[in-house]
Design a protein around this ligand. Structure first.
Ligand code: C2E
Ligand code: CA
Ligand code: CA
Length: 548
């Protein structure tokens, strides 16, 4: 009886060992890419040896008969076989779980959470692949960059919930409008990109037209009917560039032209479009100018209109290029913003102007420094840390610094401006809303933002003595600001009469060509020496050195 039991157990044990070879085969296939299949193959070989040994041992038992020690050995071998199978099965389950998690993690890292579309990282990966295929097979390839029109208005008027819902409902429409082989990616905000493999210019134009028509149909999100549009820029490989960055950059230039001229879509064209060429040249030169310290901070005084004392110096950056000549900030700041260079530019301006300011501080001059930041900086979460580092590098007290942010960048789609404002407040840096009156600012917004001052845009101040509606606007802004406890700075004071009028209206501070033009450090120092000893005499027109 015992013999029979043993002779049944032994084939079962061998069966278990053979069964464990199958999961090993699956694992080996799976682990191939990780380079661990050799370890598992080794384990498989050991099990095969185990099986052979077991069969030989069984045969020997069959020939010689069973001794008492053999009973123990057979049971040990049986347990060993069960153990091997269990361990290998469990390993397979764990490996499958880990694989599932890593697939999910890779998906998260490569996809946008809101729309589940590929993100910028995956787009770059896929574009590199598409470029390689296009090169190898000599096939065309087009890239489309797309930006929604009026999306900001949806966010501003209905809130982010509807903005997000709108983006989600646009995705299936976009996907339906492109071809099956095309990849649609979301780059952030309301910006999308499409890779069009094997598409010549006519194909790309056809797809772009389909996308425009589809997006122009009204979207219904809950009970709201939303009308939006889209601007598309198209670039082609290899004509417009040989790598992802240059193709995207060219598509960006084309999109910029499409948006500015309300064209729907525009194809990048180096020879025809001088503007885009200039923009690219400017971009390249600007990058060098920042890296090589070729920008110059100019300073414009902001004075207390009631006392005539100097209150602050506003930093206004100037750029003179040997070939291009003087490029005004209104031209290079938007280019820096669109290309991502603004981070370096803002850091440079802060660093250079604070270094200069600390030199003046040694002379016990009592005023603060006011630096402009752009809408992109406001969106940048690392901005506040950069600022902290620059302040501590120069040992500047945060309350000596004021940051100017335009009204329109305060109204961006995300909550980031509010984070930045509260972090600046915590740090002790004061904040002004620049160009006030030009955006959509609502009074509710003013109340919500904990800023310290408002700068009335110069377009209202310059003509306020001649244009009645401008004066009404200036007076209303002053009234609101006084009631909300905000300090007001009027910019664009070009005459003594204007300055007097603003003083009578109880405007706190002012700046403008009448007081002093923006000047480079050495010249502003002369101005400071002449005007600060006896405080600034607002009755007297200070010497103006025409520098710009
Ligand atoms: P802003 O911040 O509103 O600066 C005031 C602009 O008005 C400056 O132009 C200044 O030169 C000009 N201005 C001052 N007083 C008068 C006046 O009495 N009459 C007239 N007509 N204009 C006056 P600017 O320097 O050309 O700068 C233009 C804009 O470029 C600035 O407007 C600011 O938004 C931006 N900007 C300048 N430098 C920087 C910078 O370093 N970083 C950033 N992010 N933006 C900057
Ligand atoms: Ca400003
Ligand atoms: Ca301004």
């Amino acid at each position: 009886m015992l013999e029979l039991t043993l002779f049944i157990i032994m084939p079962i044990s061998i069966g278990l060992l053979i069964a464990s070879l199958h999961p090993i085969r699956i694992i080996c296939k799976d682990q191939g890419s990780l380079g661990q299949e050799y370890a598992w193959k080794g384990l498989g070989l050991l099990i095969v040896l185990f099986i052979i040994g077991y069969i030989l041992y069984s045969y020997a038992l069959y020939q010689t008969g069973i001794q008492s020690l053999d009973i123990i050995i057979v049971f040990i071998l049986f347990s060993g076989s069960c153990f091997v199978l269990a361990v290998i099965k469990l390993s397979l389950i764990s490996i499958k779980e880990i694989k599932k998690i890593s697939i999910l993690e890779r998906h998260h890292a490569l996809h946008d959470a809101l729309t589940n579309l590929p993100n910028r990282v995956l787009l770059n990966e896929a574009m590199s692949g598409a470029i390689a295929t296009s090169k190898r097979n000599n096939t065309p390839l087009a890239i489309m960059l797309m930006d929604l029109n009026n999306f900001k208005e949806v966010n501003d008027t209905l809130g982010h919930y509807y903005g997000d819902r709108l983006l989600q409902s646009i995705v299936p429409v976009l996907k339906k409008s492109v071809r099956e082989i095309d990849m649609v990616a979301r780059l952030g905000g309301d910006e999308f990109a499409v890779i069009l493999p094997n598409a010549n210019l006519d194909d790309a134009k056809l797809v772009a037209t389909r996308v425009i028509n589809a997006i122009e149909q009204p979207f219904t999100v809950d009970q709201h009917v939303l009308n939006i549009g889209i601007s598309i820029g198209i670039s082609q490989h290899p004509d417009d560039g040989a790598d992802c960055d240059s193709l995207l950059q060219k598509a960006d230039v084309a999109m910029y032209i499409a948006k500015r001229n309300s064209l729907g879509f525009s194809v990048y064209d180096l020879t025809r479009d001088k503007n885009s060429l200039t923009r690219l040249i400017v971009l390249g030169k600007l990058r060098n100018a920042i890296a090589n310290n070729q920008l110059t901070p100019y300073y414009q005084p902001i004075i207390n209109l009631q006392t005539g004392k100097l209150h602050a110096l506003e930093v206004l950056t100037r750029w003179h290029d040997e070939e291009l000549g003087h490029i005004p900030p209104d031209e290079f700041i938007p280019i820096a913003e669109q290309s991502g260079l603004i981070k370096q530019l803002s850091a440079w301006v802060l660093d250079a102007s604070i270094a200069q300011f600390m030199q003046w501080q040694k002379l016990n001059m009592n005023f603060s420094l006011s630096v402009n930041l752009s809408a992109r900086d406001v969106q940048d979460e690392t901005m506040i840390n950069d600022l902290r580092m620059i302040l501590s590098k120069h040992k500047m007290h945060p309350n000596q610094l004021n940051i100017e942010i335009t009204e329109s960048s305060m109204m961006l789609e995300s909550n980031q401006p509010h984070h930045l404002i509260s972090e600046l407040n915590q740090l002790g840096v004061s904040l002004s809303i620049d160009d006030f009156g030009t955006g959509f600012s609502s009074l509710a917004y003013l109340k919500k933002l904990s800023t310290q001052s408002i700068k009335i845009d110069k377009s209202f101040v310059i003509d306020m003595l001649d244009d009645r509606s401008d004066e009404v606007i200036v007076r209303s802004i002053l009234d609101i600001a006084h009631n909300l406890g905000q300090v007001v700075v009027a910019e664009g004071i070009e005459s003594k009469e204007c300055l007097d009028r603003l003083r009578d209206l109880n405007c706190h501070y002012g700046q403008g060509y009448f007081i002093c033009k923006p000047l480079p450090a050495e010249q502003i120092f002369t101005w400071l020496q002449e005007n600060c000893k006896s405080d600034v005499d607002v009755e007297r027109k200070p010497t103006i050195i025409h520098s710009v």
